[in-house]
Design a protein around this ligand. Sequence first.
Ligand code: IMP
Ligand code: MG
Length: 173
Amino acid sequence: MRLSDRPLVSEEQITRRVDELAAAISRDFEGRELLVMPVLKGGVFFAADLMRRLTVPVFVDFIRARSYHGTRSGGTVEFLVSPSEPVVGRHVLVVEDILDTGRTTAAVLDRIQAEGPASLALCVFLDKPSRRLVDIKADYVGLEVPDVYVVGYGLDYNEQYRHLPAIYVLEDP
Ligand code: IMP
Ligand code: MG
């Protein structure tokens, strides 16, 4: 098992997309305050870059979730770190590293929606639409990727590689 020699997404490409996403989000939420909720651990790297470029007032709170895939399509989600900021009446932006099957993220969104936010949006850096098992779409997507296993920029393989500044394909995982 090894990393691709060249990144699938370079640091320069990451920077460009984060700039564009931050501009779009700042425009869409102009005049409002945003409660940004990065999903630990992977979403933190992208969220830190994104938040520093937002021009609207930002509050931040972290979520850590583990999902169980039971009878419901979205499964149930146990929050290991529950939001400490009140969500009711706030404009919430959940930030994830990657949208894959969608199960965990769908369960996280259900759980936050139940708390009565004024609005709820999802921003993911990578999207693997070919893997989707749950009907969920992100409002903001950095890049679509094919069905390959990627690491870096928050994404791990057995907790390794999250810190890499670019995104690589893990070959023969
Ligand atoms: P989902 O519930 O299947 O959408 O799970 C999303 C989670 O799976 C992400 O937050 C990642 O932690 C993990 N994941 C999915 N695809 C990859 C990948 O290619 N590399 C690293 N982690 C991944
Ligand atoms: Mg992970």
